[in-house]
Ligand binder design. Structure first.
Ligand code: BGC
Length: 769
């Protein structure tokens, strides 16, 4: 018998087709919007209603219009062209929000126009991509996810919010909660990896970190769960590309982190550039009105992605700007980021009867509600106080939090012969590679608020330890231009000078640190790659140095899983350091010297070969999972590559070693199961281990993955001691979404695994009756 739980995602598959095929028929959703008013602050609701009653249609649509910063507000006012038009809109009260305006002085000047020069004096909400820090940068989100440390991740978002809020920002376009299984996709750096369970926990931590307990405090900002939905599943890993997904993957993999973000109280969502099953997400009423605002009772607002309303024309979904505005508004996109189509067309569209005014009221209400919640009506300048800004930005508190996060994000991939940690005295160390003294690349891709050159480089981090002799050779160089705003990438790697110098330095060293991988602008938006190996010049350098001196530690910086087979086979020690932010060099040095014992675990599978992608641990079995007999060809495999990954999801070493024993499983009442296991530190260092629990539902009405993460706990253990970890699995962990979006728990047999990665550990079983 199936157990049907309360959180049913409502509509049957028929509704999927009906809703997607006719985004203008959203009558049903209007009712669900009424439902979404539950649980709100009645005082704020009264204020919003009374303000709405004073507003003209154009002013309400104005709240739905968002522009990027278009002039230096403290300078002369724009008088020509598009800027003059935007300025005119601002003064008419036709702009509800602006993004990319930062700094207490600028924001104050801007708010002054909105508050003092418009008819109703409605303050603006100021948005910015505080994705991994603002001016003080924390590790890229994929790196943070590798910590599996929810407290540290929450703290990282909390200090980012504090620093950004001190600069006038009250809304971040983060967290990105897109699950992705494709290392080619440049934006994997911005998410939490491939797993919906870990991704959901991290989504919650980030939302809580940004928003805190009191959104109106001047140290918290509104979060934005993005990109709704399936942006992480572009065909061929190519950014913005088509997503075509079955309902099983949509409900069980893509949507859970968004649902979790909503339950954690995320006040905004951003829709996405991609189409999903033939409907651009921006124009998808099924996603936005039925699932998000309907079934999930989301009562914040949805912002479009940059220009995504207008892009529905290129998608072949809307014939012109007016139709695009109509489709997006009907589908539940509340705010237009930089398409300019709402402000241009929506009033006429409403007058033509093509969008109900009730939808405009609903969108404006959601936006105004957040402005009240942020306290902007009480004091529009509360986030933009120059004294507070000077005290908070770059403060010791924030530096310490990002350093802590950076250390926790590092993953030890290999450590043969215990090459690490390094001795603190008496060594000749050669440090080689273009990333060794790079003070910009560690800042990662989303460093809009930070100044280039402000990260502590690896070389600087090492120089803080005085006991060893350090020789630095840059070797062949990459060039990363100052491209953050122009978003142009110039990558010049035809320069081989430096290779010989590197080889000579290696010959004279006791140990060689090779700082290689990707610079920050090789990942991120618009930066998908068909090739995920190390580039040929760095590979040549690595091989040449290794030939001269085999005692090599590869310190890898990158924003995506890389296929580094040769390194894995030949280099004795490999440390995954991602792009770790402002404190990067200090964090890496502390790990290399053993002042911090690495504890990170991969949040995404590393393939051996790009041809294996998408490769992920929680895949299905297929009807032919095993080689029937040696040499047999008719089973699910490649004839030229193994099925196994290079490094599996959840994998990561420590300077100490852990042993798992004594797995116990006991059924408790009401379909809940207790699972416990003992972990012993069998090495010489105290260390932290992320104990992971996976299940496999052996037979189900919709086939289940061969393993699914359903619990994890980080423990600290002293050498020679043991700890027992107990997990309780309930219906929340034991069920799944069927193809109609109903959450069900089915009776049957399960396997359970407890270990230090998705590919190792103890195994047992239990039955749900
Ligand atoms: C990105 C969003 C981002 C927005 C504003 C878009 O190109 O896809 O994630 O928040 O720009 O910068």
């Amino acid at each position: 018998m199936k157990t049907r739980l309360n959180y049913v995602w409502g509509y049957a598959l028929a509704v999927l087709f009906c809703a997607c095929g006719n985004t203008n028929d959203t009558g049903k959703s209007a009712d669900t919007n009424v439902k979404s008013q539950q649980g709100l602050n009645p005082d704020i609701e009264r204020k919003v209603d009374s303000l709405l009653s004073l507003m003209t249609l154009e002013e309400k649509i104005g709240q739905m219009n968002q522009y990027t910063g278009f002039w230096e507000v403290t300078g002369p006012t724009p008088s020509e062209g598009n800027q003059a038009l935007k300025y005119e809109h601002l003064k008419k009260g036709w702009v509800g929000s602006m993004l990319n305006v930062t700094g207490a002085k600028e924001v104050t000047a801007l708010q002054k126009i909105a508050v003092e020069e418009t008819r109703l004096g409605i303050p603006l909400i100021i948005g910015f991509d505080v994705v991994h820090g603002y001016k003080t940068v924390s590790p890229i989100p994929l790196a943070e996810a590798a910590s599996w440390d929810l407290e540290a991740i929450q703290r990282s978002a909390e200090v980012a919010a504090k620093e950004a809020a001190a600069s006038g920002i009250n809304w971040t376009f983060a967290p990105m909660v897109d699950i992705s299984r494709d290392a080619r996709w440049g934006r994997v750096m911005e998410g939490a990896g491939e797993d919906p369970f870990l991704g959901s926990k991290i989504a919650i931590a980030r939302v809580k970190g940004f928003q805190g307990d009191d959104l109106s405090a001047n140290s918290t900002i509104a979060a934005c769960a993005k990109h709704f939905a399936a942006y992480g599943f572009p065909e061929s890993g190519k950014d913005y590309n088509t997503a075509d997904l079955g309902t099983s993957t949509l409900y069980n993999v893509v949507l859970p982190p968004f649902k979790a973000a909503n339950e954690a109280g995320a006040r905004t969502f951003m829709n996405s550039f991609n189409e999903l099953n033939g409907i651009p997400a921006t124009g998808d009423a099924f996603l936005q009105r039925q699932i998000l605002k309907g079934d999930w009772n989301f009562n914040g607002f949805v912002v479009s992605d940059w220009g995504s309303i207008g892009e529905m024309i290129a998608h072949g979904y809307a014939k012109d700007g007016k139709e695009a505005a109509k489709i997006a508004a009907n589908a539940g996109s509340d705010m237009d980021m930089e398409s300019h189509l709402y402000v241009e067309h929506l009033s006429q569209v409403v007058k033509d009867g093509d969008v109900k005014e009730a939808y405009i009221d609903d969108a404006a209400r959601r936006i105004l509600r957040l402005k009240y919640e942020l306290g902007l009506f009480e004091d529009p300048y509360k986030y933009s106080n120059e004294t507070n800004e000077a005290n908070v930005v770059g403060s010791t508190e924030i530096q310490e939090a990002v350093l802590d996060m950076a250390k926790k994000s590092i993953v030890l991939l290999k450590n043969d012969k215990q090459l690490l940690p390094l001795k603190k005295e008496g060594l000749n160390i050669a440090i080689i590679g273009a990333l060794a003294n790079d003070k910009t690349s560690p800042l990662g891709n989303w460093r809009l608020g930070a100044k280039n050159g402000t990260a502590v480089s690896l070389l600087e981090g090492l120089q803080a330890y005085k006991g060893n002799t350090i020789t630095y050779v840059q070797g062949p160089n990459f060039v990363e231009n100052d491209i953050v705003f122009s978003r142009q990438l110039e990558f010049n790697i035809s320069n081989k000078k430096g290779l010989q110098e590197a080889v000579s330095a290696a010959k004279n060293a006791d140990v060689v640190l090779m700082a290689l991988g990707e610079h920050a602008m090789q990942t991120g938006e618009g930066r998908s790659q068909a090739n995920i190996e190390m580039d040929p010049l760095q590979q040549e350098l690595l091989e040449a140095v290794h030939k001269a001196n085999p005692n090599v530690v590869l310190v890898l910086s990158n924003g995506r899983p890389l296929a580094i087979n040769w390194a894995n086979e030949n280099i004795p020690a490999i440390l995954e350091t991602w792009h770790l932010g402002t404190q990067s060099g200090n964090a890496i040095a502390q790990v290399l010297y053993g002042d911090y014992n690495p504890s990170g675990k991969l949040p995404m599978t590393f393939p051996r070969n790009v041809g294996q992608v998408p490769i992920y641990y929680n895949h299905k079995s297929s009807g032919r999972p095993n080689e029937p007999s040696p040499g047999e060809v008719f089973w699910s495999h490649y004839t030229d590559e193994s099925n196994s990954p290079l490094y599996p999801f959840g994998y990561g070493l420590s300077y100490t070693s852990f042993e798992y024993s004594n797995l116990q499983v006991s059924n408790v009442e009401n379909n809940s199961v207790k699972v416990s296991g003992t972990v012993t530190n069998t090495g010489a260092y105290s260390g932290k281990e992320v104990v992971q629990l996976y299940i496999h539902d052996l037979f189900a009405s919709v086939t289940r993955p061969i393993k699914e993460l359903k619990g994890f706990e980080m423990i600290s253990i002293e050498p020679g001691t043991s700890q027992t970890v107990t997990f309780t699995l309930t219906e929340k962990e034991l069920g799944f979404y069927d193809n109609q979006g109903n959450y069900i728990v089915e009776p049957g047999d399960f396997k359970v695994f407890v270990g230090g990665s998705s590919a190792s550990g103890l195994e047992s079983e239990f039955t749900i009756n």
